[in-house]
Design a protein around this ligand. Sequence first.
Ligand code: EPU
Length: 417
Amino acid sequence: MQNLIINGGKKLNGTIKVHGAKNSVLPIISASILMNGKSVLHNCPDLSDVDAALEILKFLGINSQKSGSDISIASITPENYIIPDELMRKMRSSVMFLGSILGRTGKAVITTPGGCMLGPRPIDIHISALKKLGAKVKENRGTLEFSAKGGLKGADILLDFPSVGATENVILAATLAKGITIIRNAALEPEISDLINFLNAAGARISSGGTGTVIIDGVSELDCAEHTIIPDRIETATYMAAAAATGGDISLKNANASHMLSVIEVLRKTGCEIISGDSLISIHAPERLKPVKSVKTSVYPGFPTDAGPLLISALTTASGTSVFCENIFQNRYVFVNELSRFGANISTYGTIAIVEGRRALSSAHCRCTDLRGGAALVIAALKAEGESEIGNICHIKRGYENIAENFRQLGADIKEV
Ligand code: EPU
């Protein structure tokens, strides 16, 4: 098992480049199942979740090749429509292969993805939407078998909640369906626009006015496409929160400030100065952050749930009390016990976290519970004077490429052992 050793207490300073978005590249890899010929994806992050997605493609008989941050995928009709349980379990987001396998082959078999540290993660919204497209579903001891004899047919679908994964799955399933599909109350995350842009570049006919409605006019086949993955907005938020926590002054290249408006607004309330320009965001933090009275997570363009732990960690040393309200995941605060080891003073009551700022954190030994909670521990360790050790960093590696190397470039004393 790998650990991170961090000697904290240094202000971050310098410039680094943000990687491509994990939550874009994963559905986009899945979308390649609908295509024919060789697609090339640029700006792909090198992550264990991306490897897991490429393993699923391989199992389906689709070859891919990684070269630096490029991935090329040679799409053919899949040889298989079943994702085995061991591949499903490698990443929760393997469920987003459902829509594309079903859309391409008329059949798909997956195992129920189950819960994760963030709480139960049902796929009822995915299933009821796919049923509207004509899929029949059979459940047998944890295995879900989907079939659509004669192919899927377009439908008018209202999602109960603007679920990111369900919106993506319906887009993927409806791209090759007969007729028009309308998704109402669709998620609006930038990663969904990125998926739509990739599919349209290969010949799909999908439009979204950014108003919660996505319209898919089914086509009979897709070509291939060349596409550049958008910058990762949560990785961007992570480095910004770390700069804020340490009183730092950093710039992020290849970042998209227009995807970060709610995070930038909260960081400005803490007293950080933020300047954004052509693919660049600079943040200059004060000696001590001001508390934020209320941060409520919500669907995009609201404050992202994945940025909650990062800001909670930064505000543990603010000059007063901050209050967070989590509205997406039941167990979002699972990391808080570990963060408390640094001396952070946080009380949670259901969806509410009250963060009482202390003058300083102390170094600690702790373990990651989940991806963003793990990043929150790294931020705390960068702030705390002395040597901290963070274990179970496989969680962090799911979503951050070279996190230690990036923080070293910003002047941190951090190594992976
Ligand atoms: N939900 C249901 N039923 C469903 C689908 C979702 O009840 O059928 C609930 C979930 O249990 C959850 C909420 O709705 O409480 C939001 O789920 P959503 O489907 O929107 O999230 P997701 O697609 O599972 C993606 C990201 C997450 C990110 C969320 C919210 C990917 C691969 N994952 O998950 O990213 O937190 O949207 O923005 O895109 C991360 O990167 O660390 C991460 C967890």
